[in-house]
Ligand binder design. Structure first.
Ligand code: NAD
Length: 400
């Protein structure tokens, strides 16, 4: 049921049996039906899943996914990842997730608002007492979070709100900021290279990929290739990332942008210092991992490397900084937004970035130290670090 290989982790750290029992399965799962009557003739129904995977370190934190194919299993998987991500970043949250099985493209804004209001109605108690703190995920956005806030009038009950209504300056950029910071730390501490001597390729040019490319460009790195779902562009001397960023913002994608084309498959195989897969899951797998020529991979997307791909990368000594560290910037910024809402303070964008970089920096140092001391891959080191934090928290709360 769990994504975590406890047998492997037990080789490197003590995980008492009761802790494993608790961490290897979700604390609570609920499934319910959301129905909204939108006209005299039509009722829209959506299956809804809410998983609190573990809350020993704080409220269940995780987004609301709205997609036509979302399942309880997928919701559970995503909730579990949040447990390990928040523990690794040492922010006071547990892991949770919601999934609503409906196609957001088939809902008008009016219908979507009605749906979110009904979700709040059904979840009112848990959202009001702070047990679960949602955020946007695939298919939901800042406006949906503003609707949740508007229903309950509790600023800290939800994150990812628009900045004017309690949201956080820098939240939009935060995940890419964290990915680029992870890439810069990898260059400095692992590859021993200056950003100005580094070549980077970024797959995916949505929220995460476009800001990752922009921040790395600003730090002086040569971003030699970027792509989105329909393919990408390359330039061995470095692409004009601000121009491509502006193009994608205006046109919604890289389609039609001038430059030398490259396919997504070829982008992954470029000889670069850092490859940042920032698009979707399962991009580096058994078929292509043997041909990857990057010195290091920083996983901006969730789960971009399959277990088979990971084994090959480890064998080939390609450093892979895992998603639970690399893309933690989003949830770290959510923590800052939650803290701002609780305190009433006003936060500047620079402060958001500073907290993201500080939390990721601490986790990165721990990862490198553990990996070197125990001679284990970065992914295992991150899981060991998070496991130690979770086990200690279970002890602190007298759960074990
Ligand atoms: P997004 O929808 O804004 O962007 C996704 C990008 O990937 C788009 O450019 C799309 O064209 C491209 N893409 C889709 N399929 C592709 C394919 N087969 N090959 C190449 N490119 C492809 O999404 P996002 O918010 O940037 O999220 C990207 C990844 O990062 C996801 O795995 C998401 O779960 C993860 N993530 C996002 C955040 C966040 O704050 N947005 C936080 C943590 C993790």
């Amino acid at each position: 049921m769990s994504n975590v290989d406890f047998e492997l982790l037990r080789k490197y750290t003590a995980i008492p049996a009761p802790a494993e029992r608790i961490l290897a399965r979700p604390e609570r799962e609920t499934s319910f039906d959301i129905s909204i009557k939108i006209s005299a003739e039509q009722v829209i129904h959506g299956d809804c899943f809410v998983v609190y995977y573990n809350t020993v370190r704080g409220p269940a934190k995780g987004g609301i996914r709205l997609a036509p194919d979302v399942t309880l299993e997928e919701t559970r998987d995503l909730a579990e990842r949040m447990v390990w991500k928040t523990a690794l970043a040492r922010i006071p949250f547990g892991g949770g997730k919601s999934g609503i099985r409906l196609d957001p493209r088939k809902l008008s804004r009016f219908e979507k608002t009605a749906l979110i209001k009904e979700y709040v109605h059904l979840m009112a108690l848990e959202l009001s007492n702070g047990m679960y703190v949602p955020a946007p995920d695939m298919g939901t956005n800042a406006t949906d979070m503003a609707v949740i806030f508007g229903e309950l009038h509790i600023p800290e009950c939800v994150t990812g709100k628009p900045p004017r209504v309690g949201g956080l300056p820098g939240r939009r950029e935060a995940t890419g900021r964290g990915v680029s910071h992870t890439a810069l730390l990898t260059l400095r501490d692992v590859l021993k290279k200056k950003p100005s001597d580094a070549r980077v390729a970024v797959q995916g040019f949505g929220n995460v990929g476009s800001y990752t490319a922009l921040f790395l460009h600003e730090a002086g790195a040569k971003v030699v290739a970027v792509s989105d779902v329909n393919g990408g562009l390359q330039d061995p001397n470095g692409l004009d990332i601000p121009a491509l960023f502006a193009y994608a913002q205006k046109n919604g994608s890289l389609d039609g942008a001038p430059g030398k084309k490259i396919s997504n498959d070829d982008l992954l195989l470029l000889e670069v210092d850092v490859l940042a897969p920032c698009a979707k899951e399962d991009q580096i797998h058994g078929e292509n991992a043997g041909k990857i020529r990057a010195a290091a991979i920083v996983e901006g997307a969730n789960g971009p490397t399959t277990p088979e791909g990971d084994k090959i990368l480890n064998k080939r000594k390609i450093f892979a900084v895992p998603d639970i560290l690399t893309n933690a910037g989003g949830v770290i910024a959510s923590y800052v937004e939650w803290r701002q809402a609780k305190s009433g303070a006003i936060t500047a964008k620079e402060e958001t970035f500073q907290v993201v970089e500080e939390r990721i920096g601490i986790a990165f140092d721990d990862m490198v130290k553990l990996a070197r001391a125990k001679k284990i891959p970065f992914r295992t080191a991150c899981q060991v670090s998070a496991a130690e934090e979770l086990v200690s928290s279970l002890v602190d709360r007298d759960w074990i």
